[in-house]
Structure formats: C-alpha cells, structure tokens
Design a protein around this ligand. Structure first.
Ligand code: FAD
Length: 552
C-alpha cells in the first residue's frame, strides 16, 4: 500500500504513514526522505517553508569547530561527513569557503589550543575533498587580511568549511522534492490539534491560514519537527508534557563591504566576552553574527534590537579598526531562535547542538508521536535519515525502500562540476536570452539545472527577462517561477525565501508593485487583495528585517 499510494498528493479520507509538522529544514528533510522511500507523507507548515529558524542562520555548512571544546566529537564528525554529501547533492547551493582564525594575545584560545583543535578537525574529516588547515604566523595573517588589527596578533590558522548562501532554498528544494515524490506538501497550514487521545495520536487537525478552512488528516505516525515551537506543538496534546526546548535568540547584521573588509570568513573571539562569532563575506555583503541570548517571549515575533547590533558592531570595529561601522551602516538584519535541547545548568553557548529524536511512546507511553529536538542545518539530512529509519522500524511498512538521500541530488543539483557547468551555460544562454552571463550565473546559483525552467518562462514571455532592480541580476521570470512552481503565495515568500532580495531592498515602491503585479496575475488577486498583500509585506519588512533603532 505504502508504495502504490505514494503517487497521490492528497489522501482523501485515507491514512498517511507520516505527518510531518513544520516545514523548516528538518521537517522538509524528513518529508523528502520518507516520500522518496515510498511512504505516504504529509508536510504541514504554518507559515512559509523555512520561515522559522531555517531562514536565520549564519549560513554555514560546517563541522562546528567550537563543539570540539565540549567534546562533541561525534557531532563534529557527522557534520563534516554531511558537509561532503551536501557539496555533491546540492553543488549550486553549497560551496567551499576559506576561513581565517586570527589569534590575539587576549584570546582565550591560544595558538597551541587552536592548532590542536584544527588537527582534530582535519582528522575527523580525513576523507574530505576540501584542503587541510594551515597554521599562519602573524605576518602571514596580516598579508592575507590587512584590515585586521595588528596590535597583539600572535598568529592564526586558515581552513575550509562551506557556505550555503540560501538555506531557504535548500529547505524549499527538500519540500519540493517531497512533493515530486508524491507527498502532500502545504505551506500556510497550521496544526491546531491532535486526533485520538492523550495516549494515542492518530492524526492532526489543521487550519489553512489564508482561507480559515479547517480539516483533519489521519496518520500512523506524527513527526513534530517544529523546531523552537516543538513544545508548543506537544502542548496541543496535553499541557502536562515536560518542557524539552530551550530557545535562544541569534541576530545577524548585513553591512556593505567596509574599508579593508576581509576576503576570508573570519572566525574570532569577541573581545568583550570571549564568545566566538563570524564576519563572513556573503553575496557581495558582509554578514556579521551572531548573538546567543536566552529568549522566552513571543516565538512568532522575534526582532533584532539595537543592543544586539551595537554589541556586534563594536566587536567588528575593534578587530577591523578601519571599519568604523555604525547602526546606520546596517542594510539588513535578521533574527532567529535556536530550539536547543533543554540541558539544565548549562550556559546557552555550552548547550549541545546535537539533535535528539524523542519517541513519546518510549518515554511516556504516548503512541504515534515523535519529536525532533535541536539539530543543525548542516546535519539535517542525517537527522532525517535517522527519523525515517525510526519511523519504519515502528511502522514496518511493506515495500518501503532504504534511504537514498545520501546520493540523490536535490532538485537542480544534478551537476558534476559547478564551475565548468556555470561557465559553459552562462555564455551560451546569455546570447540566446539576451541576458548578461552574470545573470545566468546568478540563476544557476539559485536554481541549479532548473535555471532552464526559469529561462523557459522568458522564452514564452520575453517581458519576464526584465531586471527587477538595476543593481541586481534577478529577473521578473523568477517571480513567476516562484508562484507557478515553488508555492510562493505571499510577497514575503518571494522577497525573503525564494530570491533573498530583501537583503538589498524590498521597500522600493516600483519593485514591490512590479512583483505584486506578477503575483496578482497568477493568483487572481483583485485590487483590494493586492493592496492588502503589499501592506502586509511592508509591515513584515519593517518589523522583522529592519534594525529597531529608537529615533533621536
Ligand atoms: P525551523 O526552521 O524553525 O522549522 C520549524 C517550523 O515549524 C517553522 O517553520 C514553523 O513555522 C513550523 N511550525 C511551528 N508550529 C507549527 C504548527 N503548529 N503547525 C505547522 N507548522 C508549525 N546551523 C548550521 O548548520 N549552520 C549555521 O551556520 C547555523 N547558524 C545558526 C545561527 C543562528 C542564529 C541560529 C538560530 C541557528 C543556526 N543554525 C545553524 C541552526 C539551524 O539554523 C537550525 O538547526 C535549523 O534551521 C532548525 O531547523 P528546524 O526545521 O528544526 O526548525
């Protein structure tokens, strides 16, 4: 049954094998793995895919050097293995990035300790395709990054990890792959209750947030992949569930490249409190982050604050004396919540970044529910594999295949050599579509081989080849593609999670109206609806992605 029915995207009155709550990277990864194995899957996300923590990380696919300090060797090893896998299955989204760790006299982690850590990091990734680390003298560090403060510099190390410019698209690729494999995949669909009893979960009750329609979906197993909201979801079953998640808030700032800005990603200890943080070259800007503070306010309204910005800017100014950054330099900012496993007595930085698969049947006798607690973007695939293995061990569904996500490219990721592919495609396609080669390269970075589907829209409607912003390569066809093929239904879906254009703008009246027009044509919005959507986007843009600096 499991295999034959999996082609239907909607099981009318039927029973899903798996319902996944939460369309962040973990939920999307689980849905993708389970659907690919042939299970009947529903993936339900209350906002848009990746609109929770997954749209707010430092955008690194990394082992996590810092976790070695906490003896989390297996987590680092697993993450480094996953880094290699992601380079292969999503080469358009995940790319190698050189890092530099400058070590100062005041650094808590000295030259010897950092080198020992790097040796271990290399050993734990013995089979990697990336270069090994290199110890550096102070002189070499300054030759590589002349903008760094030379005062007290003792030396440093250079090493490689990876960057995913758009984790939002990595998540989307998983959700869309699940849908292509037959899963019922819905955004703006909130789980508002469970079916069954407090001891036996038999499905969920959902509300479509854009229409208000409510309905029920039955299942053999429910996977709670709601990240920081995981406790809120289990509370829908019974208020007696113990708290399992610790939420901590992390803010990032995006600034234009400053004088002598680094060419490498810089990983450094904050001068004020010794916390490690990053300054990362990212899509032509500098990404600075992150903070890490306990958070127990409204999980659905997390905003960056001036205090967080000042902390990060002061640190960058201290280490790059030529930067002179002020809050006015912040072009974009975003904030997310870590949903960490609650570990009493540990500081936020020391809490494990491991994930835990919590089977409610084993621990509290509640059948039909498992919760994912914690995790890292980097290790989402192996976590998904673990969850689906666990589900299959419980359900013993006939005909379900073994996991294949380790080797199957994500949609658009079927590219052996990304550099060769980009150079071959960009020249030829630019001529054919009268675009710039840099625009084709941009499309490949976002869509991989599916950039051809975006270009097919230009072939059908040449007006869709027009640039959305003078200073950016993005074209109008990407808006149409987001609505027609990528389940975008609100303007923020496009500006934040399909294109990332919010990083550069999202306020300009002409741009917003142009994007809204393409949505309106395809989704049949009338004038009143279009104006309401524009207003909703303006509000979200100012509230969540603009630094809250008091006037005066
Ligand atoms: P989420 O992305 O939050 O997804 C949960 C989803 O559940 C949300 O979209 C939410 O809307 C939905 N939901 C909640 N309730 C319901 C409901 N009732 N019905 C339906 N849907 C619901 N990891 C790395 O590997 N590299 C990094 O560089 C990195 N940097 C980070 C920096 C910061 C500041 C933070 C906060 C995290 C960072 N991480 C990083 C960790 C990584 O981002 C997270 O582990 C990952 O995104 C968590 O994904 P998730 O799917 O568990 O949670």
């Amino acid at each position: 049954m499991a295999v034959t029915q999996a082609r239907q995207n909607w099981l009318e009155g039927g029973v899903y094998d798996l319902i996944v709550i939460g369309g962040g990277i973990n939920g999307a990864g689980v849905a993708r793995d389970a659907a690919q194995r042939g299970m009947n899957v529903a993936l339900l996300e209350k906002n848009d895919f990746s609109s929770g923590t997954t749209q707010a990380p430092t955008r690194l696919i990394h082992g996590g050097l810092r976790y070695l300090e906490h003896f989390e060797f297996s987590l680092v090893f697993e993450s480094l293995q996953e880094r290699e896998i992601l380079l292969k299955i999503a080469p358009h989204l995940v790319k190698p990035l050189p890092f530099l760790i400058p070590i100062y006299k005041h650094s808590r982690r000295g030259v010897l300790l950092v080198n020992m850590g790097m040796l271990l990091y290399d050993m734990l990734s013995w089979n990697k395709s990336l270069p090994h680390y290199k110890p550096l003298s102070a002189k070499q560090v300054l030759e590589m990054e002349p903008g760094l403060d030379p005062d007290g510099l003792q030396g440093g190390v250079m090493y490689y990890d990876c960057q995913v410019d758009w984790p939002e698209r990595l998540c989307l690729a998983n959700a869309l792959a699940a849908r292509a494999d037959g899963a019922y995949v819905r955004n703006y669909t909130e789980v508002i209750g469970f079916l069954g009893t407090a001891q036996s979960v038999e499905g969920v009750r959902v509300r479509e947030r854009l229409t208000g329609r409510e309905y029920e979906l039955r299942s053999k197993l429910v996977v709670n992949a709601a990240g920081p909201w995981a406790d809120a979801v289990t509370n829908l079953l019974t208020k007696e569930e113990p708290r399992r998640v610790l939420q901590t808030k992390g803010t990032h700032l995006v600034v234009p490249p400053f004088a002598n800005a680094p060419k490498h990603a810089i990983y450094i200890e904050a001068k004020s409190d010794g916390r490690p943080y990053f300054v990362v070259p990212w899509v032509g800007t500098m990404l600075i982050g992150t903070t890490d503070d306990p958070y127990d306010e409204n999980l659905d309204d997390v905003r960056p604050t001036e205090q967080e910005a000042r902390y990060l800017l002061n640190e960058v100014n201290a280490i790059f004396p030529g930067a002179h950054l002020t809050t006015e330099d912040v072009q974009h900012t975003y904030t997310g919540l870590r949903g960490l496993p609650l570990q009493k007595g540990k500081s936020t930085g020391a809490v494990s970044r491991r994930s835990f698969v919590h089977d409610h049947e084993k621990e509290a006798g509640v059948r039909g529910l498992i919760s994912i607690i914690g995790g890292k973007l980097t290790a989402y695939r192996s976590l998904a594999e673990e969850v689906v293995d666990h589900a299959q061990a419980k359900l013993k569904l006939p005909g379900v295949k073994p996991c294949r996500t380790r080797t199957t490219p994500l949609p658009g990721g079927d590219i052996a050599d990304i550099a060769a592919y980009t150079s071959a495609e960009s020249e030829a396609q630019a001529r054919q579509y009268e675009l710039q080669p840099s625009q084709i390269a941009h499309l490949i970075e976002l869509y991989g081989t599916q950039h051809k589907d975006v270009l097919a829209l230009v072939a059908a409607t040449p007006a869709l080849g027009v640039r959305l912003m003078k200073s950016r390569p993005d074209i109008a066809a990407e808006v149409a593609f987001a609505v027609e093929r990528e389940m975008a239904v609100r303007l923020s879906d496009f500006f934040v999670r399909r294109s990332g254009l919010v990083t550069w703008d999202g306020r300009d009246e002409g741009l917003v109206r142009g994007v809204a027009r393409i949505f309106a044509e395809r989704l049949k919005w009338d004038t009143a609806r279009t104006e309401a959507e524009i207003e909703a986007w303006r509000d979200e843009r100012e509230r969540l992605f603009t630094l809250q600096v008091p006037l005066g």
